[in-house]
Design a binder for this molecule. Structure first.
Ligand SMILES: [Zn+2]
Ligand SMILES: [Zn+2]
Length: 309
């Protein structure tokens, strides 16, 4: 029994032995659905078990999108032409380093992230996250995803900042800082506690949202998680191109922002946007440090002047 259609007779009519036949039936009985909706509905009806269908889909989506996004960066690292845009051009990750990171990330995916993924669908049902077709309109999805980016960034900024304090850094966050010049795969190379707690920003914010509004579609969540994965991998890529997103959206953090964090270990704690580090005066790098010192000097001078008066 699937929640994909509210009409059970329709589900029974579409149900078939193979994926191809199910898809064919969807084309016959639901011609108005778009191609993604057709494949989405076919997957759920063919699987005949929504929990398994959601769990497997999320796990595969995560694995595919993560490694699919890491692959171009791995290739770019092998081509000297691209060095001119590498943020730390003398530090090219070796194949051995990348392989070590890959093994660790894969192990963590299977051990740490597999369990929450398998319990995800029952939780979605309880919260009211729907899987039904058709999907919500794209404008609503875009608004929701933008909100998730903003909320996740707040969570990430403060928790990441906390992770740089004494024991939190020593026992948890230090693992992620193994690479002072990051590369794509480093995005999810972290201690399990860090993966779970920082990852809460990605999964937990939509949960708060659906608890408040009472509506959210699972497909929106899929798009959001994919975009957030892309953001995390790109931020660790180590390259800043003239066509990078931060050149068109100056408040977008991108690799330039996060590379400085890995290089200097302090400052630039946010994930997607630059505003938190700017307003909290935690920007990383020698330029930001100089500006901070200048500001402090001016402040001190003003104080002296006020005292003299
Ligand atoms: Zn850090
Ligand atoms: Zn990082």
């Amino acid at each position: 029994m699937s929640d994909i259609f509210t009409n059970q007779t329709l589900t029974n009519l579409i149900q078939a032995d193979t994926f191809q036949e199910t898809l064919y039936n969807i084309y016959i009985h639901q011609p108005t659905l778009n191609i993604i909706e057709k494949y989405w509905a076919t997957w759920y009806i063919y699987m005949q078990n929504d929990t398994l269908a959601t769990g497997l889909m999320f796990f595969l989506l995560h694995e595919f999108m993560y490694f699919f996004r890491c692959l171009p960066w791995f290739i770019i690292d092998q081509i000297p032409y691209f060095r001119r845009w590498k943020l730390q051009p003398t530090k090219i990750p070796t194949a051995k380093e990348q392989f070590f990171c890959l093994k660790s990330v894969l192990l963590s995916h299977f051990l740490v992230e597999a369990i929450p993924i398998w319990t995800f669908h029952p939780m979605c049902q309880k919260l009211g996250i729907t899987i039904a077709v058709p999907f919500p309109n794209w404008l609503l999805m875009a608004k929701e995803i933008t909100l998730f980016f903003i909320l996740e960034d707040i969570w990430h900024y403060w928790l990441h900042r906390l992770f740089h304090y004494s024991y939190f850094y020593k026992y948890i966050h230090k693992q992620h800082h193994r690479y002072a010049a990051p590369f794509g795969l480093v995005a999810e190379y972290a201690h399990p506690i860090e993966t779970m707690s920082l990852g809460f920003g990605t999964v937990g914010m939509p949960i708060f949202y659906v608890m408040y509004t009472g509506r959210l579609h699972l497909f929106t969540l899929c798009c959001w998680i994919t975009l957030r994965l892309f953001q995390a991998v790109d931020a660790h890529s180590g390259y800043d191109f003239p066509w990078s997103l931060n050149k068109f959206m100056p408040f977008w953090a991108g690799a330039e922002h996060h590379d400085l964090h890995h290089h200097y270990f302090i400052g630039n704690y946010a994930s997607s946007f630059r505003w938190w580090d700017y307003y909290m005066d935690t920007e990383a790098g020698p330029e930001a440090k100089l500006e901070r010192e200048e500001r402090m000097k001016l402040k001190a001078l003003k104080k002296v002047k006020v005292k003299k008066h």
